[in-house]
Design a binder for this molecule. Structure first.
Ligand code: ATP
Length: 263
């Protein structure tokens, strides 16, 4: 697999014939003896990921050759070379989710929405999941995305999944989609760095809010404490947290599992 379009967008692109987890592969490269060879916007991808990970120890399941696992290394720096404020880092999963939402929208006539914080849904079904991980030395972030390309209905790992093909996409080519995602990611990442991680100033907060299908919906949030919050999602705050109105009391949710409730 040559991936000429994607190669033009990445600083380094390695396509693996198979990988356990592309996030693990890229973390290893980004922190190993040869880490200088893995600059900002380095990418590892495979169409055959065998042990994909989700959040909270969950697994991401994809039949060989029918989906794409993409990991992008970001080493965010302001134009002056400074590190970004720690509290801006929470925006990266959202930034990646928005980039992927835009790529999916470009090929799926039915459109796509971002489910806070970072799944991409078509008609309420998950076509892409994203998992961001901070490097152990905090020198960068690896953003993994699993994109379902051509799975058939009987190959979907869970009822709530879909693939680009099943969603009626007019293009399911891996290089086209990867290059589109990298372009969208770059177009959001540069202004965010220029604004020193200020999501309001860079327009990221507004853009994510506009694409986020969670806003306006009834949601149930399972908090890390185990408590549950049921209410209406009303917005996203300047730190990327989901605002939930539960009985006229607004809570800002930073990490939690959000279920879209259907009535
Ligand atoms: P949820 O979809 O339950 O909100 P999440 O956003 O936390 O989960 P992750 O934990 O990142 O998602 O992803 C793992 C979950 O995604 C699994 O528990 C499973 O329900 C679902 N899943 C696994 N593989 C796929 C796939 N190929 N396509 C869509 N969904 C998948």
């Amino acid at each position: 697999m040559e991936f000429p379009l994607s190669r033009a967008e990445a600083s380094v692109l390695e396509i693996l014939p198979e990988a356990g987890s592309t996030n693990d592969e890229l973390v290893r490269r980004a922190t190993g003896a040869d880490s200088d060879g893995w600059p900002d916007f380095s990418v590892v991808a495979t169409a055959n990921q065998t042990r994909g990970r989700g959040r909270l120890g969950r697994s991401w399941v994809s039949p060989a050759g029918k989906s794409l696992a993409i990991s992008v290394l970001l080493r965010p720096r302001t134009p002056d070379g400074d590190a970004l404020p720690m509290d801006s880092l929470g925006w990266f999963p959202l930034l990646a989710g928005l980039a992927m939402t835009r790529s999916v929208r470009s090929v799926v006539p039915a459109g796509a929405d971002l489910k806070w914080p970072n799944d991409v849904l078509v008609n309420d079904r998950k076509v892409c999941g994203i998992l961001s991980e901070l490097l152990p030395d905090v020198s960068g972030i690896v953003i993994g995305a699993g994109l379902n390309l051509t799975l058939e209905a009987d190959e979907l790992p869970v009822q709530t999944a879909t693939s680009l093909m099943l969603a009626g996409a007019n293009d399911t080519d891996a290089d086209n989609l990867l290059s589109s995602y990298l372009r969208e990611l770059d177009a959001l990442y540069r202004p965010f760095l220029a604004a020193r991680g200020d999501a309001a100033a860079s327009g990221l907060q507004q853009a994510v809010s506009d694409a986020c299908g969670t806003i306006g919906r009834s949601v149930q949030v399972e908090l890390p404490s185990g408590d549950r919050l049921t209410g209406t999602a009303t917005g996203i705050d300047t730190d990327g947290r989901l605002l939930v109105d539960a009985n006229a009391r607004i809570s800002a949710v930073a990490a939690g599992d959000v279920t879209h409730l259907r009535y």
